[in-house]
Design a protein around this ligand. Structure first.
Ligand SMILES: C[S@@+](CC[C@H](N)C(=O)[O-])C[C@H]1O[C@@H](n2cnc3c(N)ncnc32)[C@H](O)[C@@H]1O
Length: 288
């Protein structure tokens, strides 16, 4: 997948954000202003194959989307309530409702910065303005997660944050669209940036190659590739390999959480879908 941006500030991955945006809303996690007609159209187009997948494979894309989303929420909440995190930078935010929900819940206790490629960021900003959520504590920035430097790079946005306060960086639904070099570059930049902050932690979803094996793994690849003109990258075949890559990128350590281990604390979970995803929690080197 080429992740380079078009002059309109768009890329091949962006349409997927419409789909997930609709999934969050359909499951009661979002606000109507954060859904789009495109998202609904994608959802309706995919509905028959999702129904087949549910029968043949025992789950479908919604199963792991919800598991990953709710577990990232839970882990982020823990860091905020413990006081370690007072700032959140969500890269590739798409139409995700997390920023809106967290900004509403925590008010001036946190600063929530959402970021995406310019066209998606604009759409998100407009939706949040309609909801009335934008404030000194909640904003949307243009970013190219692959940029090494400049105002719309991670470093450029981090320069506008307070290094005396803890920072969580979140990527959800991004890393499997990146080729291996782009991913290691992104992780290196995130790890490096976090070391500048009093506390730092990175959260992301992660799928392991062949985790589910056979038909389920294949269904997963097809589902994730559905909207992009290309293929997705599972990146790692084991937890150890993924942890080693995170440490090599400069994180202090990395835990790969399994949503099923949190089943008692998360809303009703599609167990098969949940078993296909991990959530990375990687504190910065030197942070706890
Ligand atoms: C699958 S969507 C996920 C959106 C949201 N995180 C969610 O889970 O609903 C992928 C997002 O990655 C964004 N994206 C793709 N390439 C990017 C890049 N180089 N920098 C920043 N965002 C990017 C797309 O615009 C899109 O919003």
């Amino acid at each position: 997948v080429s992740v380079s941006e078009t002059p309109q500030g768009w890329n091949a991955i962006s349409p997927t954000a419409h789909y997930t945006g609709y999934v969050w809303a359909k499951n009661g996690l979002s606000h109507p202003a954060l859904t789009t007609r495109t998202g609904r159209a994608f959802f309706e187009t995919m509905r028959p194959s999702m129904a087949v997948s549910k029968v043949v494979v025992g789950t479908n894309i919604e199963g792991f989307l919800l598991a990953r989303h709710l577990l990232i929420d839970l882990l982020l909440e823990e860091r905020i309530t413990s006081g370690q995190v007072e700032q959140v930078l969500e890269i590739a935010c798409g139409m995700s409702p997390r920023g809106w929900r967290f900004a509403s819940r925590y008010g001036d206790q946190i600063e929530y910065v959402e970021a995406d490629l310019p066209a998606m960021a604009k759409r998100k900003r407009e939706a949040l303005a309609e909801i009335g959520s934008l404030s000194d504590h909640h904003r949307v920035e243009d970013i190219d997660a692959l940029a090494e430097s400049g105002q719309a790079s991670l470093a450029g946005i981090a320069a506008g944050l307070d290094s005396e306060r803890g920072l969580a960086v979140v990527t959800e639904g991004l890393i499997h669209y990146l080729d291996p070099d782009s991913l290691s570059g992104l992780w290196r930049r995130i790890a490096t940036t976090l070391t500048d902050f009093r506390d730092g932690v990175y959260f992301s979803d992660l799928h392991l190659e062949d985790e589910a094996g056979g038909v389920r793994a294949e269904a997963f690849r097809v589902a994730l590739s559905a909207f992009v003109r290309g293929w997705v990258h599972p990146h790692f075949s084991s937890e150890d390999e993924a942890r080693a890559a995170l440490v090599a990128a400069g994180f202090g350590e990395a835990t790969l959480h399994r949503p099923l281990d949190y089943a008692d604390r998360l809303d009703e979970m599609d167990e098969r879908g949940a078993s296909m995803v991990r959530v990375i929690e990687a504190p910065s080197a030197g942070a706890g």
